[in-house]
Design a protein around this ligand. Structure first.
Ligand code: BEZ
Length: 386
């Protein structure tokens, strides 16, 4: 082998550019996330997590530096199609990463499916994204709404709870988490006696809390997140309900919110694919790196952003940064085992994480893991034809 060729191979293996050769163009990542509104903190945590993983890889994935193009989607589904089209058609991004809100993510999935652009969903749980709307170029690093809801239904049925009232925002995330909860809870012998809703992102909970007090169920199951979750948990406690009717929910109810919720959240049990106190070497290293870089503790959203970058990195490594080799990219990404801080996971054939769902309880301002509610829970991917 010639000396020149040996040098080129060696520098490529190290992720370096040989002298005289042009560095490959930057990979354009479109971050479509909420940076304002009730989910703003979630969007920021996802971006932080994503950037942390890229930084740990020396600023490159698949040998390419990353250029970010950012859009604040405001968690507004009515603006989502225009926003994602701007990223695809005007900015020509190589991959889209987004979003948090299920309604926004469904619009993004439609555009990704039609245009063939790679999409990695770092939060929104809309079941359809890896269900009826599934596609080879769409991946999710987070969860389906069904997963944490179903796990809490199993937990309450196992506890012997016989009846529960549900309360959530009226949109895909709330509807689907309640549906998952009800499926497992009623299969286990429980009965959902009332389903209460209010429009997203409304936080006027008083009338509904009065209905809960009158109904006197054994338990309440809820989904709220971000700023809305802070207010709901505080209002529930202030209404005097907490000591008589235990509050449960998917983990979004108390993740990234505990400092603001204070004592009102103490004792609340939730189900989620991440928790505090996992105490694994992988999670400890992640938490230390995140805290050092951002002077903040990570939450589930940061983990999902970090893992979105890992999924992208696994596909890009296989094609050496050449995203035009889509079939090879997809084949590698879908069989990757993601070394996540939550615990390693693989993707289902519909590209949704197959993962343990933890049972957590709030204590001393942490969502402490107290067990595994559902082991390697696989979303049923209803309607997915791929
Ligand atoms: C959703 O809309 O899918 C969602 C938003 C925040 C937390 C969890 C799910």
């Amino acid at each position: 082998m010639s000396l020149m060729r040996t040098m080129i191979l060696a520098t490529a293996a190290l992720g370096l550019t040989p002298a005289g050769a042009q560095a490959p163009a930057k990979l354009k990542v479109g971050l479509m996330l909420p940076y304002t509104g009730t989910y703003a903190a979630l969007g920021h945590a996802i971006e932080n997590g994503f950037r942390l993983y890229v930084a740990e890889q020396g600023g490159k994935l698949g040998g390419r530096e990353i250029e970010y193009v950012k859009v604040d989607d405001e968690s507004d589904p009515s603006k989502a199609t225009d926003n994602v089209n701007k990223l695809v058609k005007r900015d020509n991004v190589d991959v889209i990463v987004g979003s948090v809100h299920s309604g926004v993510a469904m619009a993004m999935a439609r555009v990704a499916k039609d245009s063939g652009t790679l999409l990695i969903v770092p939060n929104a749980g809309a079941d359809a994204v890896t269900g009826a709307m599934c596609a080879p170029n769409i991946f999710r690093s987070s969860f389906s709404n069904w997963q944490p809801g179903y796990a809490m239904g199993e937990v309450l049925a196992r506890k012997g709870v016989k009846n529960a009232v549900t309360i959530t925002w009226k949109y895909a995330a709330g509807d689907e988490m309640v549906r998952g909860f009800k499926e497992a809870f009623e299969k286990g012998g429980g009965k959902v006696t009332k389903e209460l809703n209010l429009p997203f992102p409304n936080v006027e909970f008083q009338a509904l809390l009065t209905e809960i007090a009158a109904a006197r169920p054994e338990a309440v199951f809820s989904f709220f997140a971000g700023g809305g979750a802070v207010k709901f948990v505080k209002d529930y406690a202030a209404a005097g309900l907490k000591k008589n009717i235990p509050l449960y929910g998917t983990g979004f109810l108390t993740d990234g919110t505990l400092a603001a919720q204070g004592d009102a959240a103490e004792g609340v049990q939730t189900t989620l694919h991440y928790a505090d106190g996992l105490n694994t070497p992988r999670d400890n290293a992640f938490r230390l790196a995140y805290a050092k870089r951002y002077k903040l503790q990570p939450d589930v959203y940061a983990v999902q952003g970090y893992d979105a970058a890992q999924i992208l990195g696994s596909g890009l490594a296989a094609v050496k940064g050449d995203v035009s080799k889509k079939a090879e990219f997809i084949a590698a990404a879908q069989k990757a085992r993601i070394d996540s801080p939550r615990g390693a996971f693989s993707l289902s054939p519909a590209h949704n994480p197959v993962q343990d769902i933890y049972l957590r309880q709030v204590g001393a301002r942490e969502n402490k893991v107290i067990g595994v509610a559902s082991k390697a829970l696989t979303d049923p991917a209803r309607g997915c034809k791929m």
